[in-house]
Write a protein that binds this ligand. Sequence first.
Ligand SMILES: [Zn+2]
Length: 288
Amino acid sequence: MKRRTKLTWVLVFVLLAGWTGYHIYLKHPDPYQHVKAVRDLNEIQNRLTLVKGRMTLRNIGEIQYPSFKTPMWAVCVEPVSPPTRRCLLVGGVHGNEPAGTETLLRFIEQLSANENAYPDTAFDIIPVANPWGWVHNRRRNYERYDLNRDFAHFYTQETRLIRDFLRGKRYDIALDLHEDGTAAGFYLYQYAEADPGPARDLIAKERAAGYSIAQEVWMVVLRSHDGLIRAPMWTLYFVRAIRTMSIGNIMRLDYSGRAYTLETPSTFPMEKRVDMDMIAIRHFLSRP
Ligand SMILES: [Zn+2]
């Protein structure tokens, strides 16, 4: 066989193996069995029912598995004056990354205590996107789907509820809060945004607050540069073509002019992860 033909066959094999492996990763055949609950959704429900003022606690649908049933909550905030911008905040897409959920619960409590904190901003906040995962401290949902690869197929109840809630909406800014179990510091993704300035300013603020910034993080072909992974528009079209979309991807492609995924290091204490997320939320909501 000619060298070039051999190379072509190797390439085809590698691509096929990669494709197959990735789809095995996406769709795990068996639901979880005998996984212990480590958190209680009543705690979240109790905190959310205390919200008052211009906030509405909405039940956007039911998540139902054998011996597990819960509403999916969204907190919607309409400001005092007509809004000049709309903001979407999502946490807990991965159930073993609880800092995002805790951050959003505290942010909701702060908004509830001070209606004038952002007098011109409307919010839609989904604090627990993967309730079963949060309760059982698992990245995936009960059916072992990684929700953050399912925003093209919408195989799961969770992603379908979020899609239906977002249908027809438009935001100025959207943040998705995650953690990274192996990162040594904070980092973030920005999607299809020419100007790295706002993200760079955030990294400077995190650093000034004493937090380390993750270096050398890889996401398939994209690499972080001092805590920032810039995903250009072609990568969003690519993940749409191969149908493995994250919520950050659809936030930017379908719903928001600006979208970011925040990653705090899981090895840091909860209070520090929450603080990093809060710095980021306040930064992106600050007016120049
Ligand atoms: Zn995550």
